[in-house]
Design a protein around this ligand. Structure first.
Ligand code: NDP
Length: 212
């Protein structure tokens, strides 16, 4: 199986790349400053990656790259418009451009899968306030995944959307609930269980259905 991961140079993406590699899969681990280089906000990077992978099937695309730029912001003074633009470019447009660029590769694989790293912070039923930019961008990523699942159903391409847990990474911080290994191991099991039966699912790293 050929697995392509965005943002695979650290955190959850790096651990997923290691786990798939250890399982004997072919892994294309992309990152902003690595090889192959992919800044998900840059259309030219997507074009170059698609060109370099022309004709090569991708069985599993993991859209992992993401930013959380408004952590701890104050409602009255924070959430600058530049942060909205940067966050949506990475967390929403970045996913769409990655899927669009690699559609021929996903189609070539036959029954392929797309896994989107969203967050419990995408949920509108669980809405405690704060982190407006990150929450809105992850909600948009969830929406994107649900609609891609509908459009790609007839082609046999399954799409799943995931909450990885609160994870001890640079983003999650040292006090988070679970280790990066626990998160990545759980996510890998979820991705392995993604089929046309549960396409469009929004699930946690440990296999629970997450409320929308
Ligand atoms: P980290 O901050 O540890 O890592 C983020 C990764 O995304 C890095 O590899 C980073 O690359 C990459 N990235 C950011 N922007 C871009 C870009 N424009 N193009 C390509 N790569 C980019 O985060 P985590 O590993 O914790 O998070 C992974 C995913 O899980 C994210 O989507 C996050 O929102 C989500 N998530 C994480 C949670 C947590 O508790 N940790 C909770 C819920 C969701 P670089 O080194 O170049 O910055």
């Amino acid at each position: 199986m050929h697995v392509l991961i965005t943002g695979a140079n650290r955190g959850i993406g790096l651990r997923l790349a290691q786990l798939y590699g250890a399982a004997g899969d072919q892994v294309t681990a992309t990152s902003r400053r690595g090889t192959p280089s992919l800044d998900v906000t840059k259309p030219d990077d997507h074009l170059a990656l698609a060109r370099s992978l022309e004709g090569r099937p991708v069985d599993l695309l993991i859209c992992n790259a993401g930013v959380y730029l408004d952590k701890g912001h104050d409602l009255a003074t924070g959430y600058g418009s530049d942060l909205w633009a940067q966050s949506f470019a990475a967390n929403v447009t970045g996913i769409f451009l990655t899927v669009q660029a690699l559609l021929p590769n996903l189609r070539a694989a036959g029954s392929s899968r797309i896994a989107i790293l969203s967050s419990q912070m995408a949920s509108h039923t669980r809405a405690p306030g704060g982190s407006y930019i990150y929450r809105a961008s992850k909600a948009a990523a969830l929406n994107l995944g649900r609609n891609l699942a509908a459009d790609l159903r007839d082609e046999g391409i399954a799409v799943g959307i995931y909450h990885p847990g609160w994870v001890q990474t640079d983003m999650g911080g040292g006090h988070a609930d679970i280790t990066v290994d626990e998160a990545a191991t759980g996510l890998k099991a979820r991705f392995d269980a993604l089929t046309m039966e549960n396409t469009g699912c929004f699930e946690t790293w440990d296999g629970r259905a997450h409320p929308y």
